[in-house]
Every structure is written in structure tokens, then in C-alpha cells.
Ligand binder design. Structure first.
Ligand SMILES: Nc1ncnc2c1ncn2[C@@H]1O[C@H](COP(=O)(O)OP(=O)(O)O)[C@@H](O)[C@H]1O
Ligand SMILES: [Mg+2]
Length: 256
């Protein structure tokens, strides 16, 4: 009898993860014995006050930072640095100013050896997905903040990662653009079926997008908490259950 291993894609496991920094000769513990299981295709939001370690956790997941203790597994395999199955999106898209939208989005594939023609075909698909088909020849300086961030998202998706790591991707956008982009992220996540790990300080954004919310506390004594968001999609911010969920999440931080 043969044992067939079930294929997992984009499953993230964090075991006993600890990370501290040294600042002015003082040891500063940031993450302590963190445990986390992110299912394949899940949308997980990470929220917490400034300085609680959200970016640090995301950087460890991305392989940009190594933990002091514990490990991160992707589909059961330990993470040893950056990998092509993970893409990270920062608050600032950091586009290359001398390349067009198409050039920026195709760039990641071209540096990996994909032919220009094929890279551009794939890039066009994702540029369309983020609603920028008419702007593929535009340069970064000709784009609004929201459009530039869409290019950043298309660029990350073009290399077809299984896991999308986002660090406050909408944090620099104005309120209206942010709402539109949240809807787009929800749609892209659904269509691309990627595992999404989203750091945000916006509690409503977390509830709008996530299956579960990881709450990182500021006080190092308190442990992290996970909240299930059992709301039908697409989500409605004004619906009673949504409002109730937001109130519960705010209460986690002593907010009303
Ligand atoms: N490279 C570093 N060297 C020293 N301290 C750091 C470094 N990166 C982060 N920190 C510290 O770790 C803590 C958590 O930072 P960070 O993960 O960026 O928080 P968040 O993203 O939740 O605001 C902060 O106190 C910060 O000063
Ligand atoms: Mg941060």
C-alpha cells in the first residue's frame, strides 16, 4: 500500500518562535515562544500596537530575519531565508522609477530568467487583475499612491507565490482609496487562492479581510490571542455582526 502525501500549498507553521533585539546594550525581547498555524489559502491578519513586533514577525516569515529560537515551516519544510513561494509587500511599493508599470511588474520574472515575452504576458495578466490595464506604459511618477501600491501588488503576484506577506500595505493611502483597495485585496485573495498574512493597525481592515485575527499584545506578559472572523463574504462593514466583531477586537486593546 502506498502512502500518498496530501499536497499542501502555502501552509505556514510557527513553532516556539522567539526573537529579541539588542538596543543600546539592552536586550529587548520582541516575540516570545510564539505558536501559529496558518492554513493553506487562509487570510490571517496580525494586529497590535506600534512596536509589538508585527513587522519583526513578518520579516521572520519572509526569511529576512532569523529567529533566536524556534522555527518557521512552509508546507512542513523549515524556512532558511527568502524563497520564491513567498512574496512580501511593504507600505511603500518601491517601484523602479526608470521602468514602466509593465517593466516593473515583469521585472521579478525577468531576473529569474523568464524570457521577456513570457514575463510581459504574465505581467499583463496581473496588471489587468489590479485594474491598471490602461496604465501599463506609465512611469511610477505618473501614478497616484493607490495606483503605485496596486503595481506593487501585481508585481508580487506575477511571480505566483503561494504566500503573500503584507506589511500595512494600505497604511499610506487616503481613507477612500483604502476602502477600495480593501475590496480589491479581498477579491484578489479569493481569485488567486493564496495564503495571505496581513499586518495592519486598522482593526476594521483586519475584520474585513481575514478568516482569523492574531492579536499581539503590547505588554510582554500577556500572550497573543487568535480571533475567528465567522462572517459571510463579501463582508459588509455596516452589518450588525461586523460591528459587533469590531467592538470585540477593539476591546482587546481597551478601546471603545
Ligand atoms: N533591527 C532592529 N534592531 C533593534 N531593534 C529593533 C529592530 N527591529 C525592530 N526593533 C524593535 O523591535 C520592536 C518591534 O518592532 P516592529 O516589529 O517593527 O514593531 P511593529 O511593526 O509592531 O510596530 C520595537 O521596539 C523596535 O524598536
Ligand atoms: Mg511595523
Amino acid at each position: 500500500m502506498s502512502v500518498v502525501e496530501t499536497t499542501r500549498h502555502g501552509e505556514v507553521t510557527v513553532r516556539d518562535l522567539s526573537k529579541s533585539f539588542t538596543l543600546n546594550g539592552q536586550r529587548l525581547p520582541v516575540l516570545r515562544d510564539l505558536q501559529l498555524d496558518v492554513r493553506s489559502g487562509e487570510a490571517l491578519a496580525i494586529v497590535g500596537p506600534s512596536g509589538c513586533g508585527k513587522t519583526t514577525l513578518l520579516r521572520v516569515l519572509a526569511g529576512l530575519e532569523s529567529p533566536d529560537k524556534g522555527e518557521v515551516l512552509i508546507d512542513g519544510h523549515p524556512v532558511l531565508g527568502v524563497g520564491t513561494e513567498r512574496a512580501i509587500i511593504f507600505q511603500e511599493p518601491r517601484l523602479l522609477p526608470w521602468l514602466t508599470v509593465l517593466g516593473n511588474v515583469a521585472f521579478g520574472l525577468e531576473v529569474r530568467g523568464t524570457s521577456r515575452a513570457e514575463a510581459e504576458t504574465r505581467a499583463r495578466h496581473y496588471i489587468r487583475l489590479v485594474g491598471l490595464a490602461e496604465f501599463e506604459s506609465a512611469f511610477p511618477r505618473q501614478l497616484s499612491g493607490g495606483m503605485a501600491q496596486r503595481v506593487g501588488i501585481a508585481r508580487a503576484l506575477t511571480v505566483q507565490p503561494e504566500i503573500l506577506l503584507l506589511d500595512e500595505p494600505l497604511g499610506a493611502l487616503d481613507a477612500m482609496t483604502k476602502l477600495t483597495m480593501q475590496e480589491e485585496l479581498a477579491r484578489i485573495w479569493r481569485e488567486e487562492k493564496v495564503t495571505m498574512i496581513l499586518v495592519t493597525h486598522d482593526l476594521e481592515e483586519a475584520i474585513y479581510l481575514a478568516d482569523r485575527v492574531l492579536v499581539l499584545p503590547k505588554e510582554k506578559g500577556a500572550g497573543p490571542r487568535l480571533m475567528e472572523v465567522n462572517l459571510a463574504r463579501p463582508r459588509d462593514r455596516n452589518e450588525a455582526q461586523f460591528v459587533q466583531m469590531r467592538r470585540r477586537l477593539m476591546a482587546e486593546f481597551g478601546l471603545h
